[in-house]
Design a protein. Structure first.
Length: 440
């Protein structure tokens, strides 16, 4: 429960402060075993602090610092975090604000970035835990640590360190911190990648009630070889995929649909072990691009690879079921969830045909699932070739997501224009502040 947002919305609506204080008192009774006097003092303090920050600022520079560009579009409405076209659109615009001349920067739509220094390529990635695993912190920690490592491995790097960032709301039991860290530590131990640093804070400090856990894990890796970035895919290449059993998303599906036996299938470090085999066999320089199948499933990753590389990707429909763990696939089919629009954590490799058999010899359950051609877009080849682009949101995989649906908003173009304008204003703000700092 966000008290600050709760009060701010009511002040903007012009609701009387005494009425706001009474509402706030009722909320506090739900969460806090406080005296009447403490609740009253706290409610008054929240209202006063929000009122102060609502004041109009006359100084143009300070006004620029404090205010942010409004789009009129909410995260949920536009599907941000839901790994579909809405999410990808926002991330492409975020990338424009921080684009750089790095070897692999955020505009290339890879899940990790790469810089070069002293003859080495340094890869950095960070992943947020699945939002629905707040009450299952060990699983949240285990799967987000794997996700960060996968992103580093996908660049052809050898991970050397993990970092963890924990945010637990005010009423959260501290045991959640330990359980999450235990999950991260399990992956750290199994892969021999030490967890070396981190941060622990409360979600919103005193202003957010409840026990919601929000966390992220980052990973750092190094390599002497050129990154296996998505942009390196070339016409004539073959697409290989290994079998994946999923991570945070599949775990969430299993938990919230009662398929608890599937949880065991997700507890593995197969992806990392497969990448180690490739590196140890000296095959990494032969591979043009690597990725883990996560961002809205194969549909999302295929479209991103096509956009970044400027090539057309064609997938063989009859081979794609083989890339999903049997128990996981059975669950998805029972629940009528599109396995191609869900993160399965398969390893996807794009490489010249002459090296395919060499890779298949060292990897278990690796299949040729497609090819790269001249052209654009992603296609799936069955009886006929058809479009293989993502929906506005990833496949709806919980009852709540099915209520929200996968379709785009009716006023999509207007929303896109508003988002682009907000991005442009944010870039202007960055430049304005830079000038102000340099004048000091």
């Amino acid at each position: 429960m966000d008290l600050e947002g709760f009060v701010r919305r009511r002040i903007i609506k012009g609701i009387d402060e005494e009425e706001i204080a009474l509402e706030l008192d009722g909320v506090l009774q739900e969460f806090k075993d406080w005296s009447d006097e403490t609740r009253k003092e706290f409610s008054r303090a929240v209202i006063d602090e929000v009122k102060i920050t609502n004041q109009k600022i006359e100084d143009p520079f300070l006004k620029t610092l404090i205010e942010y560009p409004k789009t009129g579009v909410t995260m949920g409405e536009f599907g941000v975090g839901s790994r579909g076209e809405g999410d990808f659109f926002v991330h492409r615009n975020l990338a424009e604000i921080i684009k750089s001349d790095a070897v692999v920067d955020v505009t290339q739509q890879d899940d990790a970035g790469v810089v070069k220094g002293e003859g080495k390529y340094v890869t950095v990635a960070i992943d947020g835990m699945h939002s629905r695993l707040s009450d299952f912190p060990y699983l949240a920690g285990f799967h987000v640590a794997r996700a960060a490592l996968r992103d580093v491995y996908s660049m052809g790097s050898r991970p050397v360190a993990l970092i963890s960032d924990l945010h637990l709301a005010d009423d959260g039991d501290i045991g959640k911190l330990f359980d999450f860290t235990s999950g991260v530590g399990t992956v750290s131990d199994l892969t021999d990648v030490p967890t070396v640093a981190g941060s622990t804070l409360r979600v919103g400090g005193d202003m957010v009630l409840g026990d919601r856990l929000v966390a992220a894990v980052g990973a750092v890796g190094v390599s002497s070889d050129m990154p296996t970035a998505r942009k390196n895919a070339k016409p004539g290449d073959v697409i290989l995929m290994t079998e994946g059993a999923g991570g945070g998303t599949i775990t969430t599906i299993a938990l919230y649909n009662g398929h608890f036996d599937v949880l065991k299938e997700t507890l593995n470090v197969d992806f990392m072990q497969d990448c180690n085999k490739i590196q140890e066999a000296g095959l990494l320089p032969k591979i043009h691009a690597m990725t883990d199948v996560t961002n809205g499933g194969l549909r999302g990753d295929a479209t991103e690879i096509s956009t970044t590389s400027g090539c057309k990707l064609v997938f063989y429909e009859e081979m794609l079921d083989k890339t999903v763990n049997l128990k996981v696939l059975k669950m998805l089919k029972e629940l009528e969830i599109d396995s191609l629009g869900i993160s399965t954590d398969s390893l996807l490799l794009i490489l010249p045909e002459e090296y395919v058999e060499d890779v298949k010899k060292i990897l278990n359950n690796a299949y040729v699932v497609g090819r790269v051609e001249k052209g654009t877009g992603a296609k799936i080849q069955g009886a006929v070739e058809r479009d293989f682009t993502p929906m506005f949101r990833e496949s709806a995989y919980t009852k709540i997501k099915k209520v929200i649906g996968e379709s785009s908003p009716e006023n999509l173009e207007v929303q896109r224009e508003n988002i682009i304008r907000a991005k442009e204003l944010s870039i202007e703000k960055k430049e304005t502040v830079k000038l102000g700092v340099n004048k000091k």
